[in-house]
Design a protein around this ligand. Structure first.
Ligand code: AMP
Length: 118
């Protein structure tokens, strides 16, 4: 799938749509999900144009991959979830249930997250 520059997260990255920002650096943006499924529900996205994890791992630079991976631990620490536990999840493609075609990881925290797959 080619990257759709009009997807909602691309618009957030361009500042065309607001978000409740948690963390940002040159490579990564994290913000609260607009429709939280748990007490804490954050999203972490790369700033580059990648459709999903497969696309990212094929095309991103080592620096982008390292910074994205580090952010997946840094954001929970900012949210006070380190030590208590949390869940990191990424939906990929139609069978995976991906709705927004810009790579994102969900971070669920703040309560018992429950079954791994509903
Ligand atoms: P997925 O189904 O994995 O593609 O998840 C997409 C997520 O993006 C859902 O949890 C949505 O609630 C969330 N979402 C959609 N639009 C926005 C937005 N404008 N700001 C924050 N989160 C959003």
């Amino acid at each position: 799938m080619s990257y759709d520059k009009n997807n909602i997260f691309a618009k957030i990255l361009r500042g065309e749509i607001p978000c409740k920002k948690i963390f940002e650096n040159d490579y990564v943006l994290s913000f609260h999900d607009i429709n939280p499924q748990k007490k804490i529900h954050a999203l972490v996205i790369p700033k580059g144009e990648y459709v999903d994890l497969d696309d990212f791992n094929k095309k991103a630079s080592d620096k982008e991959i390292i910074e994205f991976h580090k952010a997946l631990s840094h954001v929970p620490s900012l949210l006070g979830a380190t030590g208590k536990g949390y869940r990191v999840l990424s939906n990929i493609g139609s069978d995976g249930g991906q709705e927004v075609p810009h790579l994102h990881f969900h971070i669920f925290a703040g309560e018992k997250i429950g079954k791994m797959v509903i």
